[in-house]
Design a protein around this ligand. Structure first.
Ligand SMILES: [Zn+2]
Length: 119
């Protein structure tokens, strides 16, 4: 659905975010909050979390987003951003990923349930 061909693995996360992405060996690792993984429930929050993190994979696959290994600097569409001075929700790649949650949520729910999803 998100047109991602690179392999994506899921691991318990190591930081405070519910989820984040790292590029590794030609693929990607989604680090997800272990309490979410243990519950093993596809709540609306979890659906949106996966859309969001997978959209970051898509951004990296498309060559629009990259970062240094320490994750202190991000390059978004050729512009360098210091992560330390920029709030999470102000980053343009985050704004886009949050928007994609709205774009794909209904489609994913329909695929999961096989029904038309209201709203
Ligand atoms: Zn994000």
């Amino acid at each position: 659905m998100l047109d991602i061909s690179a392999p994506v693995s899921i691991f318990p996360r190591k930081s405070d975010y519910p989820g984040y992405v790292e590029k590794k060996d030609g693929g990607y690792i989604l680090f997800i909050d272990p309490t979410i993984l243990k519950k093993d429930e596809l709540t609306d929050f979890v659906v949106n979390l996966f859309i969001h993190e997978l959209w970051h994979v898509r951004q990296m696959e498309d060559g629009r987003l990259s970062s240094n290994s320490a994750q202190t600097v991000a390059v978004w569409e050729g512009v360098h951003f210091a992560m330390t001075v920029m709030k999470h929700e102000q980053r343009p790649w985050e704004i886009e990923a949050y928007r994609m949650e709205d774009v794909y949520f209904r489609q994913v729910k329909e695929q999961m349930t096989g029904n038309n999803y209201p709203g």
